[in-house]
Design a protein around this ligand. Structure first.
Ligand code: ADP
Ligand code: MG
Length: 257
């Protein structure tokens, strides 16, 4: 299916150690333009660490990362952000005292301009973009509310909006459905689908909600103890005995993070 396309994101032998702990060991993967790919695995298997490495928040010990054909292994976070890579965080990072709109405007500063720019005048075009995205995410009623008053799901939507402000091509979402009620999970799912189908945005999703994965993703990677355990369609992954043992087995103990 992807025979004619160059991958948008490539990891080769990606290894990351925290002292003696191997958080990632020789992980290989590709994400192609226009795909929605799932990344699953038990708690502590290295999923967020992989996002940290891809968004360059963490350096890697071995291996290489390519984005849009360019070796970005040693680039800074703002450099890959400028190239069109955006992410959200497992632990939501919004400024609770600031309004929804201010959070959207500030997110532009992920490009490296700094928080000090918050109180200057923003270009009208930037505000217009923020309003358009808030409408798209069904947050327009909350534009002038403090972000701290939003529900968990609304804050996830706001974080997605903030990630979309610089108009990225690839969006990494870390547990976008965690702490979100079923109605808003549907909204998040629809919006991702729309961004993918109508705007060609590419997604890599860390997700524990298997139905969400099955509904959105064409392919899934599974990490276990920092290694790639399996790769396939959601159906293949759900029927893979090793995955069931590693992933679903590990969750029976009622772990959470
Ligand atoms: P997941 O997102 O799959 O739950 P993480 O990537 O958060 O897993 O964690 C993978 C492993 O790396 C865990 O053992 C975790 O404790 C460890 N780890 C993650 N970040 C750090 C860090 N900054 N310093 C030390 N250890 C870390
Ligand atoms: Mg995580």
């Amino acid at each position: 299916m992807n025979a004619n396309k160059e991958p948008m994101l490539v990891g080769r032998n990606v290894s990351k150690y925290f002292g003696g702990l191997a958080a990632l060991t020789q992980v290989d993967f590709e994400v192609y333009p226009g795909e929605i790919v799932g990344l699953i695995g038990p708690n502590g298997s290295g999923k967020t660490t992989l996002f940290d490495c891809l968004s360059r928040v963490q350096t890697i010990n071995k291996g290489q990362i390519f984005f849009k054909g360019e070796d970005v292994t040693h680039k800074k976070p703002y450099q890959v952000a400028h190239m069109g890579l955006a992410r959200t965080f497992q632990v939501i990072r919004v400024y609770r005292q600031l309004t929804v709109l201010e959070n959207m405007l500030l997110s532009r500063q992920w490009g490296g301009l700094g928080v000090g720019k918050l109180f200057r005048q923003y270009p009208a075009s930037l505000e217009a973009r923020a309003h358009k995205l808030l409408h798209f995410l069904q947050l327009d009623q909350l534009t002038h509310e403090a972000a701290g008053t939003l529900s968990g799901g609304q804050r996830r939507l706001l974080e997605i909006g903030m990630a979309l402000m610089p108009n990225p091509d690839l969006i990494l979402l870390d547990e976008a459905t965690s702490g979100v009620n079923p109605t808003l999970i549907e909204t998040i799912k629809e919006r991702i689908k729309d961004l993918n189908e109508k705007q060609g945005k590419t997604f890599l999703l860390i997700e524990h909600n298997i139905q969400f994965i099955a509904d959105l993703c064409s392919r899934v990677f599974v990490l276990d103890y920092g290694q790639k355990l399996a790769e396939g369609t959601p159906q293949e992954i759900m029927n893979n005995t090793a995955v069931i043992e590693a992933y679903f087995g590990a969750h029976e103990g009622g772990e959470d993070d």
